[in-house]
Design a protein around this ligand. Structure first.
Ligand code: GLP
Length: 242
């Protein structure tokens, strides 16, 4: 694992954007794995800025996979991860919505949502570059502490801490869904390059546990230690406990 402490959150965004662009330049039909949450937003804005300035690569042929999705939100809900990633990144980059995939937990298909999504990932040839954030409890995607290190995409229940953390995106914690469909830790480990971004003091403890602590399901992000090509970009407050 390479851990890159950077001087500011802006630098995290710039280097992350450089890494994503390099993956697309190396392979114009790259498969990108995209995290949601606040951490990658400055990176996504930087990619859009460069794209609009005519500096970025063409994204016409890329395919994108979001990591996870809430269960129970009405279709098109602005906080669904499908809507979020379209708004914050893929629409502004001009990526055809048909090339953006995510777990689909709607309706009667919920029980098979994980298997269907895994099949789509395999059909696309797997993820070349997976952008990740880290939860304040060490979660990765929505794999909460205790998740199997070999898990594949499936339904999970959110912890109260994660629901409180994500309440800022909804009216109140009561509006945050209780269930999600998330890539498993085993799914995430199949990506060819993992790029974990950590910004802010709220991530310091979880990041130190993930990078320097034991490999344990109690800190799902510690699975990065098993990956042959994992990069961690952190700003000073997030790197403070390393
Ligand atoms: C969310 C997402 C994760 C994200 C993490 C951190 O709930 N499911 O993919 O990395 O929690 O979120 P944030 O970047 O907003 O702190």
């Amino acid at each position: 694992m390479e851990v890159v402490p950077l001087e500011s959150s802006d630098e995290v965004a710039r280097l992350a954007a450089d890494t994503i662009e390099a993956a697309v330049r190396a392979r114009p039909d790259a498969v990108l794995g995209l995290a949601t949450g606040s951490t990658p937003l400055p990176t996504y804005r930087e990619l859009i800025r460069r794209h609009q300035a005519g500096e970025g690569p063409s994204y016409e042929r890329v395919q994108c996979f979001t990591l996870d999705e809430y269960v129970g939100l009405p279709s098109g809900h602005p906080e669904s991860y499908r809507a979020t990633i379209a708004r914050e990144l893929t629409d502004p980059l001009g990526i055809d919505p048909a090339r953006v995939h995510g777990p689909d937990p709607t309706g009667a298909g919920l029980a098979s949502a994980g298997d269907r999504y895994e099949a789509e990932l395999v059909a696309a040839g797997g993820v070349d570059l997976q952008v990740l954030g880290i939860g304040s409890d060490g979660h990765l995607a929505f794999n909460e502490p205790g998740s199997s290190l070999a898990s594949l995409t499936r339904i999970k229940t959110l912890t109260e801490q994660t629901r409180r953390d994500n309440a800022r995106f909804f009216g109140s914690v009561d509006d945050v869904p209780r269930h999600v469909v998330t890539q498993g830790l085993g799914t995430i480990l199949r990506a060819r390059h993992l790029l974990l971004l950590a910004i802010g003091a709220g991530k310091a403890e979880a990041l130190a546990a993930a990078v320097e602590g034991p490999l344990t399901a109690s800190c799902p992000a510690s699975v990065l230690q098993l990956h042959p090509h994992a990069s961690v970009l952190a700003d000073p407050p997030a790197a403070a406990a390393l």
